[in-house]
Design a protein around this ligand. Sequence first.
Ligand SMILES: [Zn+2]
Length: 98
Amino acid sequence: MREAVFILFVLFILFGLTALRYRKQIAAILDFGRTIREMKEGAAADIPRQRKEAAPAARELRSCAGCGKWIDTSTAIKFDQNTFYCSKECVQRSMASS
Ligand SMILES: [Zn+2]
């Protein structure tokens, strides 16, 4: 029984020395594994968030107050709450006509 304990002790020492000897490599491997895991989690977390952000802002159409063309509110020139223009030209034209 004492021999077994001694062998275990020697193995432990050897393992400790090996770990000391290769601690930089071990740290690098652990770091690499963590980076991979973070990338996976990050990628999994990013995709639904991007979809959520893109969806509501994208499709709100208003007609241009100048020419009546349907335009996306994200690209339109917003004049007030309900007045949108498709371009500067439409703004100027409606300014000039009124
Ligand atoms: Zn217009």
